[in-house]
Design a protein around this ligand. Sequence first.
Ligand code: 2BA
Length: 108
Amino acid sequence: MKLLIAIVNNDDSAVVSTSLTKEGFTVTKLSTTGGFLMVGNTTFLIGAEDNTVSKAKEIIKTCSQKRTRTTTTTSGFGTGLREDDFEKEVSVGGAIVFTLDVEDVDKY
Ligand code: 2BA
């Protein structure tokens, strides 16, 4: 079994979640914040059998759009965003997916 940690744009999270569950995946959705832009994104935890991992990744890829964002907030200053990062265009997403080996799963 693998654990997928998928970080997606908030605007795509509903369709990602619906599409995954429709295909039989079990997902946990976390509200998270990107450390650079300091805006909300969504992190999914997905426990998937090895032979279904590529299907889950395909769904996430299909449902996640790439966007351009401008750093118009000063909320990150002092926590990572530097002053010369202000009003800089960055490309965000589609999705970042980490794939981890799962040693064991216990369900009580
Ligand atoms: P943020 O950290 O808010 O980053 C938003 C976008 O800003 C990134 O898009 C990237 O284009 C740019 N960026 C991030 N850090 C930067 C830096 N130190 N200097 C210059 N530009 C930077 P994505 O790469 O698509 O990432 C979207 C979100 O996914 C990130 O939001 C973060 O929450 C997460 N993420 C991406 N890579 C990660 C990683 N290696 N580890 C943990 N989280 C990651």
